[in-house]
Design a protein around this ligand. Structure first.
Ligand code: FAD
Length: 470
């Protein structure tokens, strides 16, 4: 035994759900141990997700700007080159610093950290096969499963992380592929496609559905797709991959219309499979203690994050809901608050979603399609960044703000932003929705000039009245 038999809380998994839950639990005075098999903290998000992808998105954007935009701002270079190992090095440094930072936070908050693979032997005991070798048993009154998710392949496609890669391989390619095919037009595929497209790859995105990023507001999505097409990203929608041939130098894909029909082929140097993620519970022994899961392996929990087995909780990507780091963190805090006898709360209707391409697309609340389906009378207010002075001043004016508000009360139902920094701009809207604001509330709030945020104010004015600058 590890000498931590008297844990109040044991967290399995050190991702954004697990490590945040562990820190919060310790802050609430609970004796806490976190078990992580990876060797580093931060989970998918820090190691092979949010952080390395944002590092590469930023670096590749800088290169692209240097090559295509700086000259028009009067900044000239004699030559611009990509040093891919250096770019990867910068990404790896950012990841290493941040994962070590969480270890520091564990020490500061007195979270006991056990490096190893955890497995239930009873609802209050986890056997850990430690990274150094050997076994230890960690006991706790409450156990939180925060084991996250893993990459998912498609039938008949084997990911080798060289020619056929998951997002993990796409974050660490050793060469810039001439032709990159992305299977799946979700945000991960579009972000990674953008990275390699900016560095020179010819990118084709193959998607089974009729639309890219299905959760996005339809009007914003159309504009977003046009923008990506202008950046030379090609889309083959309503198309399925029916065969993969890696016998030659590259990869040869056989495609077919989603509805069936004539086949075609598509060649690639690298194929990225980004067709979703799957909850990760392998080797955890859930069946042994009788924890209920759904058809796709997600742990079923109630509104207090409790599973059907008393004392066993689950949070983050391993339970139903949006598979996002900030959602996992919210789950983690609320779950621990319940365990500590306090009240916790996560409003799943107000979890913002961001696609970190350039421009970014960010949204919160309902899309126009969802509002229509609800049958409420609504108003739409829009404002393009072409009419925003800051966006024009910096010559980065593609995108718009779209606000949906209930007609009668003017209460905001949803906000959708496409803009260079939409992922930051959206939080004013998240706060507005959190407080039940009307579009007039935003419109009558003084916004600093000249800022991109003024577009939100103008869109709000356009929702219940008229904008000034359009
Ligand atoms: P995870 O982060 O998956 O962490 C689970 C941890 O548990 C892992 O470290 C795993 O090793 C460990 N573990 C599993 N089983 C065991 C066991 N039995 N014993 C011990 N340890 C175990 N989300 C965003 O919000 N914004 C983004 O920009 C974003 N970008 C992404 C980009 C990519 C390429 C990918 C793949 C994902 C991205 N995500 C993003 C999603 C985000 O990474 C996840 O939603 C988030 O990491 C989920 O957190 P989690 O704590 O539930 O699980």
């Amino acid at each position: 035994s590890s000498g931590s038999d008297d844990n109040d809380v044991v967290v399995i998994g050190g991702g954004p759900g697990g490590y945040v839950a562990a820190i919060k639990a310790a802050q609430l005075g609970l004796k806490t141990t976190c078990i992580e098999k990876r060797g580093t903290l931060g989970g998918t998000c820090l190691n092979v997700g949010c952080i390395p992808s944002k590092a590469l998105l930023h670096s590749s954007h800088m290169y692209h700007e240097a090559k295509h935009a700086f000259a028009s701002h009067g900044v000239k270079f004699s030559s611009v080159e990509v040093d891919l190992p250096a770019m990867m090095g910068q990404k790896d440094k950012a990841v290493a610093n941040l994962t070590r930072g969480i270890e520091g936070l564990f020490k500061k908050n007195k979270v006991n950290y056990v490096k190893g693979y955890g497995k239930f032997i009873s609802p209050s005991e986890v056997s850990v096969e430690t990274i150094e070798g050997g076994n230890t048993v960690v006991k706790g009154k409450n156990i939180i499963v925060a084991t996250g998710s893993d990459v998912k392949s498609l039938p008949g496609i084997t990911i080798d992380e060289k020619r056929i890669v998951s997002s993990t391989g796409a974050l660490a390619l050793s060469e810039i592929p001439k032709k990159l095919v992305v299977i799946g037009a979700g945000y991960i595929g579009l972000e990674m496609g953008s990275v390699w497209g900016r560095l020179g790859s010819e990118v084709t995105v193959v998607e089974f559905a009729a639309d890219i990023v299905p959760s996005m507001d339809g009007e914003v999505r159309k504009q977003f797709q046009r923008t990506l097409e202008k950046q030379k990203m090609k889309f083959m929608l309503k198309t399925k991959v029916v065969g993969v041939d890696i016998s030659g130098d590259g990869v040869k894909l056989t495609l077919e219309p989603a509805a069936g029909g004539e086949q075609s082929t598509l060649e690639a140097d690298v194929v990225l499979v980004s067709a979703g993620r799957t909850p990760f519970t392998a080797g955890l022994g859930l069946d042994k203690i009788g924890v209920e899961t759904d058809k796709i392996g997600r742990i079923l929990v109630n509104e207090r994050f409790a599973s059907n087995v008393p004392g066993v909780y689950a949070i983050g990507d391993v339970i139903p809901g949006p598979m996002l780091a900030h959602k996992a963190e919210e789950d983690g805090v609320a779950c621990v608050e319940f365990i500590a006898g306090k009240e916790g709360h996560v409003d799943y209707d107000l979890v913002p979603g961001v696609v970190y391409t350039h421009p970014e697309v960010a949204s919160v609340g309902k899309t126009e399609e969802q509002v229509k389906a609800l049958g409420v009378d609504y108003r739409v207010g829009k404002f393009p960044f072409m009419a925003n002075s800051r966006a024009k001043a910096i010559d980065d004016a593609e995108g718009m703000v779209k606000i949906l508000a209930e007609k009668e009360s003017d209460k905001i139902l949803g906000v959708h932003i496409m803009a260079p920094n939409a992922g930051e701009l959206i939080h004013e809207a998240v706060l507005a929705l959190q407080y039940g604001a009307s579009s007039e509330d935003i419109a009558r709030t003084c916004h600093a000039h000249p800022t991109m945020s003024e577009a939100l104010k103008e869109a709000a004015m356009a929702t219940y009245d008229k904008p000034i600058h359009m």
